[in-house]
Design a binder for this molecule. Structure first.
Ligand code: IPM
Ligand code: MN
Length: 384
């Protein structure tokens, strides 16, 4: 946990530390918000897999379930309880979310408060979305394999078109005027672009592609151009590449192998990461982390709540399980994260998974397979 003096944090019997050494006695404390629809189904499997790594590697996880979601909102009128975001920030090492969205709440009020609210209130400015194909069979592109589809997209996560600044004038009439402002700040653009370069440098990557629409959005995206130039100059070993967003989507399909790191704004990042998810085999495969480096961060699969499939044991839990791996990696549990990724890879390659990967397992059975695989592969080694 962040323990800088002066912050009013709840006292714990033992101090919890992020990036705790392997074998630490201190539990890692995670707030789990399954949310709505298939979010509930896939979160159960992510939890199962986290617990499997706990058993194998001897680390304690304290997983605290929070009921926030449509049912709770409809019963109580509360989306996020008072001080709920401060509680997430101050009392947990990380947050795991399933998915939010329910047709009974047509304006998505609760989802906005819970999901977007957490991103904004905890200032989780990095939306980290890996695009990693695990098996050529899953790629919709002809003759493309895992070596061609392996990059990470960084989506700015706290400003852009998502800030909810604007309004409607004469709403519902033929004269309606609707304004939705796109906010781009120097600070916001700088920190996400810098994060992309730092990630590239730390991972031995040689290129960062920034995507905007500065040929049409001549004010807001001129700022992206300026900042990209400034930050790139600080990283001489990394080639800065620029693509307009329309060209980026075309290139992602034409030749995804050219990409290592992509950085873009909130709206464009939302769109290109759905495209990225499909390159890895579908929306159910894609993982994400909403980060403020060094602080309590939130992890969730990229997919939505898919109410139609809720509770039917058909949803693909792999995106949620890989999000749990991202979370553990962020928390300094690299062995656990690697074990999950290896087990998922085996599940995909042996077709032990749901229909989305061509298999015949249900959501639960996929989670069982991955958890068992983690135990089978790692137990002998850790006992020695
Ligand atoms: C995502 C989702 C959300 C977003 C929705 C549910 C508001 O599509 O996480 O990609 O647009 O950020
Ligand atoms: Mn999206």
């Amino acid at each position: 946990m962040n323990t800088e003096p002066g912050t009013n944090r709840t006292q714990h019997p033992e101090p919890r530390t992020r990036h705790a050494a392997p074998g630490t006695r201190h539990p890692i404390c995670v707030a789990v918000i399954p949310g709505d629809g298939i979010g509930i189904d896939v979160t159960a499997e992510a939890v199962k897999v986290i617990q499997a790594t706990g058993e194998v590697f001897g680390r304690r996880f304290e997983l605290v379930m929070l009921p926030w979601g449509a049912d709770y909102f409809l019963e109580t009128g509360i989306s996020v309880p008072p001080n709920g975001h401060a509680m997430l920030r101050d009392e947990f090492d990380a947050i795991f979310m399933g998915a939010l969205g329910d047709p009974r709440v047509p304006d998505m009020r609760h989802a906005r408060d819970i999901l977007l609210g957490t991103r904004f209130e905890l200032d989780l400015y990095v939306n980290h979305r890996p695009v990693k194909l695990l098996d050529a069979r899953l790629c919709p592109l002809k003759d493309r394999g895992p070596e061609d589809v392996n990059f990470v997209a960084f989506r700015e996560n706290t400003e852009g078109l998502y800030v909810n600044i604007g309004g409607r004038f004469k709403a519902g009439t033929p004269d309606e005027i609707a304004v939705q402002e796109e906010i781009n700040t120097y600070k916001g653009v700088h920190r996400i672009i810098r994060h992309a370069f730092e990630h590239a440098k730390a991972h031995g990557q040689t290129k960062v592609c920034m995507s905007d629409k500065s040929n049409a959005l001549t004010f807001g995206h001129a700022l992206w151009q300026r900042v990209f130039g400034e930050v790139a100059a600080e990283f001489p070993g990394i080639e800065p590449v620029h693509l307009y967003i329309d060209a980026l989507t075309m290139q992602m399909v034409k030749n995804p192998a050219q990409f290592q790191v992509i950085v873009t704004n909130n709206m464009f990042g939302d769109i290109v990461t759905d495209l990225g998810a499909q390159l890895q085999g579908g929306l159910g495969m894609a993982a994400s982390g909403n980060l403020h480096p060094g602080k309590t961060s939130m992890f969730e699969p990229v997919h939505g709540s898919a109410p139609k499939y809720a509770g039917k044991n058909v949803a693909n839990p792999i995106g949620a399980i890989l999000s749990a791996a991202l979370m553990l990696e962020y928390l300094g549990c690299a062995r656990e994260a690697d074990a999950i990724e290896a087990a998922v890879r085996t599940a995909v390659q042996t077709v032990n998974g749901p229909a989305e990967i061509g298999g015949s397992l249900g959501t639960k059975e996929t989670g069982d397979f991955i958890a068992a695989e983690i135990k089978k592969t790692n137990t002998e080694r850790t006992r020695k």
